[in-house]
Design a protein around this ligand. Sequence first.
Ligand SMILES: Nc1nc2c(ncn2[C@@H]2O[C@H](COP(=O)(O)OP(=O)(O)OP(=O)(O)O)[C@@H](O)[C@H]2O)c(=O)[nH]1
Ligand SMILES: [Zn+2]
Length: 205
Amino acid sequence: MGGEDDDIPLVAPTGGKVDQPRIARAVREILIAIGEDPDRDGLRDTPARVARAYEEQFAGLRQDPGEVLTTVFEAGHEEMVLVKDIELYSTCEHHLVPFYGSAHIGYIPNSNGQITGLSKLARLVDVYARRPQVQERLTTEVADAVMKHLDPRGVIVVIEAEHLCMTMRGVRKPGAKTVTSAVRGDFRNRDRTRAEAMSLILSRD
Ligand SMILES: Nc1nc2c(ncn2[C@@H]2O[C@H](COP(=O)(O)OP(=O)(O)OP(=O)(O)O)[C@@H](O)[C@H]2O)c(=O)[nH]1
Ligand SMILES: [Zn+2]
């Protein structure tokens, strides 16, 4: 890669924030490169706006999944807990365009009956979704975080998503859905447990 910005060091932003001025400069460059006038009325504020949007879109890079799953109760419940249809929005790391869909997370608490707040599972999805991602890694990262922080007997994560990089450009196949799963512990070892979770996930009511 050449260009006048070669002397800018490749360092991660500090202070828990993205480097907004740097993003704004880069977006201005992109606008020029596509043949736009970055100083016309409609675009003048766009570089700064994109920088602010990226602050939110990539906030997960600076969040610790362990902090999200801290609220752990002992409820004595040792059967499956399943939160389904968790809406998710992420950014494809190949094209930096969105992919979006639903995540479903089921787990079986350990013999201490340790459970977490239901909202924490949805927050966990956001921590990993708000990063440049591929769907497979998003799925395994959520599963591994639940295993690590809740120490359950098993976890299953299923994600269904549509990728705008396959819809608005490239192969252009609107409606194509990618389904990924990650199973750990009892969900991996016991066919009936996995089948029960899948039938609950696939039931549409
Ligand atoms: N496995 C996987 N692939 C993804 C994901 N998001 C996007 N892709 C794919 O990443 C691939 C990148 O392929 P490349 O050939 O390097 O890029 P490209 O020339 O833009 O490819 P096309 O999209 O086919 O035009 C494409 O096939 C995308 O569909 C994802 O979450 N998981
Ligand atoms: Zn893509």
